[in-house]
Design a protein around this ligand. Structure first.
Ligand SMILES: O=C(O)CCC(=O)C(=O)O
Ligand SMILES: [Fe+2]
Length: 288
């Protein structure tokens, strides 16, 4: 497999993005900022799982799976209405400035998610079929197409843990962003046909916590299950160029409206002696 190469100045960032469809900006966020992101990720995980258990109703924000070893939280989406710090990150000039250069326009947030790939104890309440935390080979534009969104959307993945082949980091297929690849519907979403790509051309994003990886919406990517015993957390924000005039929070707004009363209900109504059933356990397993 090839190595992901980091870029640091504007010309090389643009050249790399244009050539390969992605660019790595290593350690943009410092250790203190990473620690805050980790605390926020823990807070959101605690809130979403415990409020689901409290109400005996699974939050629609939660993507949780039963795998061979137990359970794994694959993703929580959307999330910035639950965390002031992670909301601020979506507007951070260190992200927005580079995107503005690449888009030639003002980036506007379209959606955001926190991909945890975090092992959790088996909780019988969550009735989910056996599955794992991989993401099939796809580009994000295949999803945007359904809504008629433009291919000029750029996603930025911010690593909250060190990411490497052993914990299910993202694998990208450089250069595949130049045209859209046909997808097929599979159990987990959308996927390209296996013969479309050579796995030998996949580049693992082996990057430390606090890095930013900017992706073109048509770049093919995938990830394998996280085989480590700690989480592999990445925030992924997607921004559109203002000229595309897509409105505010079209994709996730309705979900926030449905879910937030359940979360407020949990925070306000749980008895003070209620034994919290789920405790986040990342203490000595995070890799930042
Ligand atoms: O987090 C990952 O490994 C991949 C995520 C991804 O491709 C997506 O959420 O669209
Ligand atoms: Fe994706």
């Amino acid at each position: 497999m090839r190595q992901a190469i980091a870029s640091t100045n504007e010309d090389s960032i643009r050249a790399k993005f244009d050539d390969d469809g992605y660019v790595v900006l290593p350690t943009v966020f410092n250790d203190d900022e990473i620690a805050v992101m980790q605390q926020e990720a823990d807070f959101i995980l605690d809130l979403i799982i415990n409020s689901s258990l409290f109400h005996e109703r699974q939050s629609r924000r939660l993507d949780i799976r039963r795998n061979k070893t137990g359970m794994v939280v694959r993703k929580i989406q959307p999330i910035i209405d639950l965390s002031l710090s992670l909301s601020r990150v979506s507007r951070d000039e260190r992200l927005i400035g580079v995107m503005r250069t690449l888009m030639h326009d003002e980036p506007v947030l379209m959606e955001e998610k926190l991909n945890y790939k975090q092992p959790v104890p088996v909780m019988k309440f969550f009735q989910v079929p056996e599955d794992d935390d991989r993401f099939p080979i796809h580009n994000d534009y295949a999803y945007y197409l359904f809504n008629g969104y433009p291919d000029s959307i750029i996603s930025s993945a911010i690593t909250i843990d060190d990411c490497h082949a052993g914990n299910g980091t993202i694998l990208v297929f450089p250069g595949t962003h130049r045209s859209h690849t046909q997808h097929e519907r599979v159990r987990n979403g959308l996927e390209v046909r296996a013969e479309t790509v050579e796995m030998a051309n996949a580049v693992p994003l082996e990057v430390p916590a606090g890095s930013v990886v900017l992706f073109h919406s048509m770049l093919l990517h995938t990830s394998l299950p996280n085989d480590s015993d700690g989480p592999r957390r990445m925030m992924i924000y997607s921004h559109y160029p203002k000229a595309a005039n897509m409105g505010i929070d079209i994709r996730n707004g309705p979900m926030r409206l449905v879910e937030s009363p359940w979360e407020w209900g949990y925070l306000r109504d749980r008895p003070s002696d209620w034994q919290v059933p789920f405790k986040v356990d990342t203490a000595d397993k995070t890799t930042a």
